[in-house]
Write a protein that binds this ligand. Structure first.
Ligand code: 13P
Ligand code: SF4
Length: 309
């Protein structure tokens, strides 16, 4: 009797046939993370994207992250399981007003969070992620005015950390992190006295002010694993629970529901499923297709970011 082939097995076969690497963001479902060659935050995935050999990158994350991988791997095919896997920050920041800002304010340095479209990246001077945003802004000469986009909460956090006053901040927000109410964090702290609070910098200041640690997705995971404490209130997307349980078994992690979905899940990230991943490796679609010109222009700020140590 033959055992039925599971979708996971089909994916592993297709991976070999296609000479594909599977990159997954921490916010993906556990069954996707289990199959991935690399699980990471947006900076780690951007770095890893160019370190592998193979013909295809199956990017299990959101579209802007896959565009970044394509810019770093222009000769490889990059697919994403679901074409609609976008991001509220990308959608908050169309390219035309950025071009207009540049025309009117040629002296500004435009620092774009990696959560932007490829068109916005191409208009930017340097990129950043939540892991390196403070370092990137500090790398810009203090007399140069900065436009930071598109995340308001990350921008305000960077301003507080750097003390930089000559910084304009775009007013975009993440529908997951920006809708965590401080009131619910306070309730969770009462319910779990002794738990440390960790938060992603896309959360509002009222939430960040209660945090023992603020950092990118991977930085949060590393910090929780390294602490003596055994209980944590985690103010980010609940997909990180999979990596947290792996690196810190025995510790307890509490997630707080936001006011967008009354959960802590990113609806864009969760569009990707095992079935869609299998189909994307079968059909090599949806595929990231970018012109040589836009890739050439977006590579400049991306390389500048990767060069900042
Ligand atoms: P990281 O840079 O922490 O991976 O964050 C990306 C993101 O989309 C957070 O919501
Ligand atoms: Fe975008 Fe927020 Fe989803 Fe991250 S969690 S991909 S910032 S909508």
């Amino acid at each position: 009797m033959f055992a039925a082939t599971t979708i996971a097995e089909e994916i592993l076969d297709l991976k070999q046939q296609r000479r594909a690497i599977l990159l997954a963001h921490h916010y993906q479902e556990p069954e996707i993370q289990e199959l991935a060659d690399v699980v990471g935050d947006s900076l780690e995935l951007a770095r890893k994207a160019r370190e592998f050999s193979g013909d295809v990158i199956a990017f299990c994350g959101v579209w802007f992250m896959a565009e970044t991988a394509k810019v770093l791997n222009p000769n490889r095919i990059v697919v994403v399981p679901d074409r609609e896997a976008s991001c509220s920050l990308v959608e908050s920041c169309p390219v035309e007003p950025i071009r207009e800002f540049r025309r009117r304010n040629p002296g500004y340095t435009i620092v774009s969070y990696i959560n932007t479209s490829i068109q916005v990246k191409a208009e930017s001077d340097i990129l950043c992620t939540s892991r390196n945003a403070v370092k990137i802004v500090n790398s810009i000469p203090p007399e140069k005015p900065v436009l930071f986009l598109p995340d308001r909460n990350l921008g305000n956090y960077v301003r507080r950390q750097t003390g930089r006053q000559n910084m304009k901040i775009w007013q975009g927000t993440c529908i997951v992190h920006a809708t965590f109410p401080a009131r619910r964090v306070a309730e969770a702290m009462l319910e779990h006295p002794g738990a440390k609070v960790v938060a992603h910098p896309e959360c509002p200041e009222s939430v960040l002010s209660m945090a023992d640690f603020i950092g990118s997705t991977s930085a949060i995971i590393e910090w929780c694993a390294a602490q003596e404490a055994s209980e944590f209130i985690v103010m980010t997307e609940s997909g990180v629970n999979y990596s947290l349980a792996r690196v810190a078994p025995g510790k307890r992690f509490h997630f707080v529901a936001n006011e967008n979905c009354n959960c802590s899940e990113c609806p864009y990230m969760k569009l990707n499923t095992l079935e869609k991943l299998r189909d994307s490796l079968t059909n090599l679609e949806p595929r990231v297709e970018l012109s040589q010109e836009i890739m050439r222009r977006a590579l400049v700020p991306l390389e500048r970011m990767l060069a900042v140590k």
